[in-house]
Design a protein around this ligand. Sequence first.
Ligand code: PEP
Length: 294
Amino acid sequence: MTDLRARVERVVREVVAELTASGALRPGPAPETVGSRTPLVAANWKMHKTAAEARTFVAKLRLSDGVETVLCPPAVLLPVLAAALPPGNPVRLGAQNVHFEAQGAFTGEHSCAMLRDAGATYVVVGHSERRSLFGETDHDVARKAAAALRAGLRPIVCVGERLAERESGATFRVLRAQLTASLAGLGLPSPDPATLVVAYEPVWAIGTGRNATAAQAQEALAFLRDRLAELFGHAWTRGVRLLYGGSATAKNAPELAAQPDVDGFLVGGASLDPAAFGAILAATAAARRGREAG
Ligand code: PEP
């Protein structure tokens, strides 16, 4: 029954997208670019930190008001962080990967329910390292995102083009294809647009020290928001947080965060140091205040 419902929803979305693309179905007014979306900054620790290092990080981290902070440690550290965070603190935890099945003979994997038990609210799916090093396809990503949503975990779905794709002018074709395929079959829109986060992570910017310019990030995220609106409607998409990821630092965060469609960051390298990560949180909060004031 769930499968049937997902298939029907997918077909309806595809028909709406085709009619919209052909001009037969005119989209509603363009979404406001500065909405009531709470900025979100997520730390992707990848395969770094011991339990002791994780505790030290939490003790040193300075949060910023008005920014949702998410820490995505290796899965074994989720309970460690959950215990280390003071009661009532606003930090949320996320996992870096999940298996789409609920249980079974999948050595080395974790289910959504296990990650929730361990303290996760979010889960990163489709990170480019999972795609390139572990062979994950858009279809896998879609299954993971759907399983996460069904289980009450919020997927942070990553998409991004490779350098050769950018240089050959294929960026937007790649982003459209990845986004559509990675979200295929989700039971969206849900009542709460905060259940989905999309991260634009150009592969050439991840871990390279070469970030996208503010203009490149804005252009890609505005494009992704438009595609999401085609799939799920403008009103709902207006509430979805879109992140930029790729060599984000305290230095480049202010300009990036000032862009109207940048709702925060997915941060790798700079998230390992509490001072550097705290500075990105502060820059994001300041940019949001600036946008609201201006
Ligand atoms: C990432 O791994 O998602 C990432 C953006 O890494 P970095 O910030 O190191 O480029």
